[in-house]
Ligand binder design. Structure first.
Ligand SMILES: Nc1ncnc2c1ncn2[C@@H]1O[C@H](COP(=O)(O)OP(=O)(O)OP(=O)(O)O)[C@@H](O)[C@H]1O
Ligand SMILES: O=C(CO)[C@H](O)[C@H](O)COP(=O)(O)O
Length: 402
């Protein structure tokens, strides 16, 4: 049975570190305050709980703004069940989403310069000088070690830095945003990392869809905003993909010659080989090079059809497996036919990928490789989490036997 120890934050200035000899092993610790202290930005907050096998698993998701991070997060949290919601009773403009298993924090909250500050200094939010990487590292590390933090909030409505919110260590912490793999110290804390690599043509089409159709921006202002961000995107965001364990690359289709509509997509799931607790998905035969057009009796396809490819490759000098889907599904229920030809999916039952896709058929990208590969990566993350927990639980057992 776990034993609880209660410390008062008034009696100690710094809670004992989990690796310190003063840290009671296998105890649940509660730090309390007896007088009201305002939450300080950058200070560690109360230590909630932390047994070795419960240590927070940290996932990084990097992408430019408007590239589908929120959509991916909704698919991921759904794999674990339960709804993801902003902290109850907190700032209505909080960027955080909490469910039973996961807490998703947005790294925009580590902007050190607010909107006016960036304007005055002439830097974009993508520039490392507009972000506090020391605090990001300190707080992600604290959460991973089982300590709650007072995380700042960047308010996208006002463009200001709001008072911080308390984040407790979850089972899975997802840090999503522009720079989860930029700072080496933060990168080293990640148990798994994903980069959403949306080609310029597709990014432009999505931006038009959202900012023009839904937010009333002009075509010129969208073009200008993309152009203004591009140098910093190329310098600071894009290079992070070399560090990602999985990259979802979204490109214009090759099935329609000179297509410039950006509606039909070619999506590539690039999976690094040799990553602990992650076995890449494969089509038909692991390690072979395959090209497959599944359209026919079991899969309805209208023009321009669907083409899958799979095979080994290299990416930034590292061995990877690449699964590619070009085209889009006509009938999502028929996806089961494709699913039955994929292996290492980490599903818990036959048809789980299809079930997840049908459940969120209204999400953007559900009829193409973006939705399919986001769902698959979500299942792989669940599997990775379960393997990490199982390994940690087995470790003390093995030590006892030795
Ligand atoms: N797979 C997809 N297929 C088509 N359109 C998509 C897809 N994913 C995202 N979009 C489009 O891009 C827009 C932004 O998506 P989303 O909100 O998930 O991105 P984001 O990276 O979280 O954005 P931000 O950082 O600006 O909040 C959506 O409103 C939608 O128009
Ligand atoms: O790249 C971004 C990440 O989402 C935003 O542009 C950045 O966070 C600044 O936000 P805002 O434009 O609301 O001031």
């Amino acid at each position: 049975m776990a034993v609880s120890t209660i410390y008062s934050l008034n009696s100690i200035s710094t809670p004992p570190k989990p690796h310190s000899p003063f840290f009671p092993q296998k105890h649940i610790l509660f730090f309390t305050t007896t007088t009201k202290r305002p939450p300080l930005r950058g200070r560690r907050s109360a230590l909630i709980s932390c047994s070795a096998e419960e240590k927070t698993v940290v996932i990084g998701l990097a992408a430019d703004s408007g590239c589908g991070k929120s959509t991916f997060m909704r698919r991921l949290t759904s794999v674990f069940g339960g709804a993801a919601e902003p902290p109850k009773g907190g700032n209505p403009d909080s960027n955080t989403l909490i469910s039973d298993t996961t807490t998703v924090i947005c790294l925009d909250d580590y902007h050190s310069l607010d909107r006016t500050g960036r304007k005055e200094k002439g830097v974009t939010a993508l520039d490392p000088r507009a972000n506090d990487f020391d605090l990001m590292y300190e707080q992600v590390k604290a959460l991973k070690d089982g300590t709650a933090v007072d995380k700042p909030i960047y308010n996208h409505v006002s463009g200001l830095l709001d008072p911080p919110e308390v984040i407790k260590p979850p089972k899975i912490l997802v840090i999503e945003g522009l720079h989860p793999m930029y700072d080496e110290r933060v990168r080293d804390l990640l148990d798994f990392s994903i980069y959403l690599d949306i080609s310029n043509e597709v990014k432009f089409a999505w931006k038009i869809q959202r900012d023009m159709a839904e937010r009333g921006h002009s075509l010129e202002s969208i073009k200008a905003s993309i152009e203004a961000r591009k140098p910093d995107f190329d310098a600071y965001i894009d290079p992070q993909k070399q560090f990602a364990d999985a990259v979802i690359e979204v490109l214009p289709t090759q099935l329609i010659p000179d297509d410039n509509e950006g509606k039909v997509l070619r999506v590539r799931l690039i999976m690094k080989e040799g990553v602990k607790f992650f076995n890449p998905v494969y089509l038909f035969d692991e390690g072979s090079t395959i090209s497959w057009i599944p359209c026919g009796r079991k899969l309805t396809c209208s023009y321009p059809g669907i083409k899958f490819s799979y095979g080994p490759d290299t990416y930034y000098g590292q061995e990877v497996s690449v699964l590619e889907m070009d085209g889009q599904f006509d009938r999502l229920d028929e996806l089961i036919y494709v699913e039955s030809h994929l292996s290492n999916l980490s599903t818990k039952f036959y048809g789980e990928v299809t079930q997840q896709m049908l459940k969120h058929a209204d999400f953007p990208g559900s009829n193409n490789g973006t939705g399919l590969f986001q769902t698959i990566v979500g299942l792989k993350i669940r599997d990775l989490f379960e393997q990490i927990v199982a390994t940690r639980a087995a470790a003390p057992l093995a030590a006892t036997k030795a």
